[in-house]
Design a protein around this ligand. Structure first.
Ligand SMILES: Cc1ncc(COP(=O)(O)O)c(C=O)c1O
Length: 399
């Protein structure tokens, strides 16, 4: 049978590793899983309790509001005020989404159509590339390399790449996709970086879409900026904030798009045709999470930081040089020199079968990722240390 849109999709590189992991586990081997970025920490207990209580109220069993019930949008507005010092109107500048991924994907439908150009970082969280493609857009990938010692790469290199792509693209891009702290490269930027880009976007009338999935997952005192902290950003930007990582509520599917009122209205309109909103008890529990567990993200970040240290210290000790990230829940590790020729997929397959450690091959995030693998910090410190010991045994050529 012939299908539309999905035909060009490459086989999910991550599925290959996942398959090997399952096979190894079925054979009784203890695989340490640092593959998929699926948070293992529990959601806040107050939210779980509230969900149970609200689910018992039959009035919550009906269709809910696609854009989110008013108190939910109010709680998100309070969070923005408290966390980022940004005032947003809960009626016109916030729409609830079924996770950031759903919101981002449908946003692309209202911003882009066939022939419209969009600039997207590469490597990238896959939906940042595929959602614009599903919308029919012409996707221009802009290299986002880890920061080098000589100051190239990182946010600076990406900024320069954006400017170059802007110059060479015709028709001019309608949208620039951003996401910092960045999955998978863990690149972080500061507010001054955001200011430069907002100023460029205002001058050139391009829309900035910032996926802020790792808003709260930052380490060593680094505080990731919201793009909306930039004065005037609302003229040209929207931002996704999700409870998935900050509150460890991945399965609940609760996020928001915040920012430019016209864009919020456009997505709200599309979504009013597509869905009836997240199950209302989840919306009610999300309100409680944001209002009553506002310190929870700090505990989540601290836990990931401990795991980051266990992994980075361990890998560096065994001769695999990695930079500890300032944010996200990942370590973006360059494949060690003696193994680099294998490419990331073969190397990741080798790690599952020889070290019983699952990770994500960098090529799954775009061709620019093939010199790296991504470790997700989703196992506790002991298991993470165990992974390092297993890697050391499997990679005798490490220096
Ligand atoms: C950059 C980025 N955006 C969005 C998501 C998913 O967010 P949500 O669960 O809210 O759809 C992830 C999850 O890994 C991510 O890394």
């Amino acid at each position: 049978m012939e299908f539309r849109r999905i035909n060009g999709l490459p086989p999910y590189a991550f599925a290959v590793i996942d398959g090997l992991k399952r096979e190894a586990r079925a054979a009784g081997r203890d695989v340490v899983d640092l593959g998929f970025g699926n948070p293992d920490l529990p959601s806040p207990e107050v939210a779980v309790d509230k969900l149970a209580e609200a689910a018992h109220n039959f009035r919550n069993h009906r269709y809910s509001a696609s854009r989110g019930i008013p108190k939910l949008r109010l709680a998100a507005a309070s969070l923005y005020e408290r966390r980022f010092g940004v005032a947003v109107d809960p009626d016109t500048e916030i729409v609830a989404t079924i996770g950031a991924k759903e919101g981002f994907s449908h946003l692309m439908w209202v911003l882009l159509a066939s022939g419209d150009a969009v600039l997207v970082p590469s490597p990238s969280y896959p939906i940042h590339i595929y959602a614009p493609l599903f919308a029919g857009a012409d996707v221009r990938q802009v290299r986002l390399d880890p920061e080098n010692e000589d100051g190239t790469g990182g946010g600076e290199g990406f900024f320069a790449g954006l400017m170059e792509s802007w110059e060479s693209t015709w028709p001019k891009p309608r949208v620039i996709v951003l996401s910092f702290p960045h999955n998978p490269t863990t690149t972080c930027v500061d507010l001054a970086w955001m200011e430069r880009l907002v100023s460029f976007a205002r001058e050139h009338e391009v829309i900035l879409v910032h996926d802020f999935a790792y808003a709260d997952l930052a380490f060593d005192g680094y505080v990731p900026p919201s793009i909306l902290q930039v004065p005037g950003a609302k003229e040209v930007s929207v931002e996704f904030y999700t409870l998935t990582k900050s509150f460890s509520m991945a399965g609940w599917r609760m996020a928001f798009m915040v920012g430019n009122a016209e864009i919020v209205a456009a997505l709200t309109k599309l979504k009013s045709y597509l869905d009836y909103g997240v199950f209302q008890p989840i919306q009610i529990a999300a309100i409680v999470a944001m209002n009553e567990a506002s310190e929870y993200p700090k505990w989540v970040a601290k836990t990931y930081q401990g795991r980051r240290d266990a992994l980075c210290d361990g890998l560096n000790r065994i001769g695999w040089r990695v930079e500890p990230p300032k944010g996200t829940m990942f370590v973006w590790a360059p494949i060690p020199e003696p193994y680099r020729e294998m490419g990331s997929l073969e190397f990741a397959k080798f790690l599952v079968s020889e070290a019983d450690v699952a990770c994500s091959p960098g090529v799954g995030f775009g061709p620019g990722g093939d010199h790296h693998v991504r470790f997700a910090l989703i196992e506790n410190e002991q298991r993470t240390q165990q992974a390092v010991r297993q890697i050391r045994r499997a990679l005798p050529k490490l220096g």
